[in-house]
Write a protein that binds this ligand. Structure first.
Ligand code: FES
Length: 165
């Protein structure tokens, strides 16, 4: 995922028009379009919803409904770092629920939320394809397995240190 946290923010309209030019005539184009827009912008800004709706001959409510139905899609920009904690079966059997609850405390933000200082967003997800390494998480699109709360404490400390230096 390329997000604005790494570089200059991209113009949402330029991004969405480029994606629509390539994908609008594909069957079932809405989901691929939303994925590409989020990959490029880090979220689906509200201002692009009517543009996508018009291009696909859908209502704004239909596009908005899809964006809000799937937890994967964000309507708000994420924090500088995104921690995704797997909550699917294999990870649950290895303590994922406890890890997520502990992550809320260690990282200082609730699941599905971004910390007030914008440092980190915490997102529950369902299977990262690393079931043999449960409990698994993704940190800024990098997979990590057999994760403990101490790992999260170290990450959080590194991020704080990087901001302070
Ligand atoms: S169940 Fe967590 S990675 Fe598959």
């Amino acid at each position: 995922m390329t997000t604005p946290r790494d570089s200059q923010p991209a113009d949402p309209m330029v991004v969405v028009n480029g994606v629509l030019d390539r994908l609008r005539s594909e069957p079932g184009a809405l989901l691929p379009i939303l994925h590409e827009v989020q990959d490029a912008l880090g979220h689906i800004p509200g201002e692009v919803v009517p543009v996508i709706a018009e291009a696909l001959n859908l209502s704004r409510a239909e596009v908005h409904g899809v964006v809000t139905y799937y937890h994967h899609f964000r309507s708000q920009p994420p924090g500088r770092h995104v921690v995704q904690v797997c909550r699917a079966e294999a990870c649950q059997s290895c303590g994922a629920d406890e890890l997520l609850a502990g992550a809320e405390t260690v990282l200082g933000c609730k699941a599905h939320a971004t910390r007030p200082d914008g440092m980190v967003s915490l997102e529950p997800v369902y299977c990262l394809g690393m079931c043999a390494m449960s409990p698994a998480i993704m940190v800024d699109d990098k997979p990590r397995g057999r994760v403990t709360l101490d790992d999260l404490r170290r990450l959080e400390a590194q991020w704080k240190e990087a901001v302070a230096s």
